[in-house]
Design a binder for this molecule. Structure first.
Ligand code: AMP
Ligand code: MG
Length: 348
């Protein structure tokens, strides 16, 4: 079988990324231009700033991915594009570039679902997946547990009913004035903290595998700033994170991290008990977290289930996972026309 090269393009949120992947798994190049510096002072992604930055970066990033892979456009078998879900203005920039390249070079266009691509990321620089698997996506916008019967044959069996786990890390970092992006900042602050110092809630939603992170966030807010006075826009707090000593902030970060990860891991353990699977797949930005990675190793050992954890560099948004999943779709006969639409949300 001859090998196939796929260019992946990703612009769903605040990373502009392009990658070339051979046969779905072998990463030839993976270029990610982050925009953290642009969004830092707002402590969150500003959609208008994100799409403008994508426009400036998309072509240099694609060129760099091709250059590093030593691949020319005419060698590509397909162009994969993350077209849903995400920030609509950001998605449209990548999609426009992908369509233009596809049209100009007469190369098939393959639309890829970003969340499904996170479940492909464990294959990158590694082996293909044996299905059926249990899939966990823990990222800035998604917290899901799924039954994965094929690359895009994915049924969600548990999901967040409010904030995503990564969003909770980002909000916790804002409450603790720990820095941006929040996940790595909390992880670093937690390193020398006592994770039992604060009793924070670990949500359990009855017998379901769903998640809720908003209560944890509020509990941390009150623990750090004290009980709120007033309501609505006139609400005020007796203190802020900067009034706490360093050790108290470390303890709060460690307690938060423990509770947030406990809630995720509890449901994963539950799902592993309920479903017979060949492996556990895990991807998304939060799976870069060392405590979570160690907990996943522990749980999978206990359940004698092989763990397929994305390498750290492929946990946060990247285009290699888009190219890899696009290859899997393309080899199954899937490609899209130039009328492919971007979608901020995906039904179901
Ligand atoms: P993604 O949405 O997949 O790009 O992932 C971004 C999210 O992952 C953000 O909410 C980050 O705060 C979070 N994140 C990244 N690294 C870590 C980490 N080491 N620990 C916890 N969360 C993280
Ligand atoms: Mg993502």
């Amino acid at each position: 079988m001859t090998s196939s090269l796929v260019l992946g393009i990703e612009s769903s949120c605040d990373e502009t990324a392009a990658a070339v992947v051979r046969d779905g798994c072998e990463v030839m190049s993976s270029i990610v231009a982050t925009q953290h510096d642009l969004h830092q002072r707002y402590a969150g992604v500003v959609p208008e700033i994100a799409s403008r930055a994508h426009l400036e970066r998309i072509l240099p990033v694609i060129k760099e991915a091709l250059r590093e892979a030593k691949v020319e456009l005419h060698q590509l078998s397909a162009i994969g594009i993350g077209h849903e879900p995400g920030l609509i203005g950001s998605l449209l920039v990548g999609l426009g570039a992908a369509k233009a390249l596809s049209f100009a070079t007469d190369t098939p266009l393959v639309g890829v679902n970003h969340v499904q691509a996170h479940l492909w990321s464990p294959c990158l620089d590694s082996e293909p997946i044996q299905y059926p698997a249990l899939g966990v996506v823990a990222s800035g916008g998604h917290t899901t547990i799924s039954l994965v019967n094929g690359p895009t044959d994915i049924s969600v069996i548990g999901q967040t009913i409010d904030d995503a786990i990564g969003e909770a890390f980002d909000k916790a970092a804002a409450i603790l004035e720990a820095g941006y992006p929040g996940g790595p900042a909390i992880e670093q602050l937690a390193e020398e903290g006592d994770d039992q110092a604060l009793k924070l809630p670990v949500a359990r939603l009855g017998e379901t595998l769903d998640f809720s992170y908003s209560g944890l966030k509020t509990a941390l807010l009150y623990a750090v700033r004290g009980q709120p006075q007033g309501r609505g826009k006139s609400v005020s707090y007796p203190r802020s994170a900067s009034d706490l000593d360093v050790q108290s902030r470390r303890d709060a970060a460690a307690s938060f991290q423990r509770a947030a990860i406990r809630a995720l891991v509890n449901n994963i353990e539950q799902a592993l008990k309920q479903h017979e699977v060949t492996c556990l797949l895990a991807g998304g930005g939060v799976t870069a977290n060392t405590l979570l990675r160690n907990e996943l190793i522990r749980v999978c050992n206990e359940h004698e289930t092989p763990l397929r954890l994305a390498q750290r560099k492929y946990c946060v948004d990247n285009a290699a996972m888009i190219a890899g999943l696009a290859h899997a779709q393309w080899t199954r006969g899937v490609s899209h026309g130039l009328d492919l639409a971007a979608a901020a949300r995906v039904a179901g």
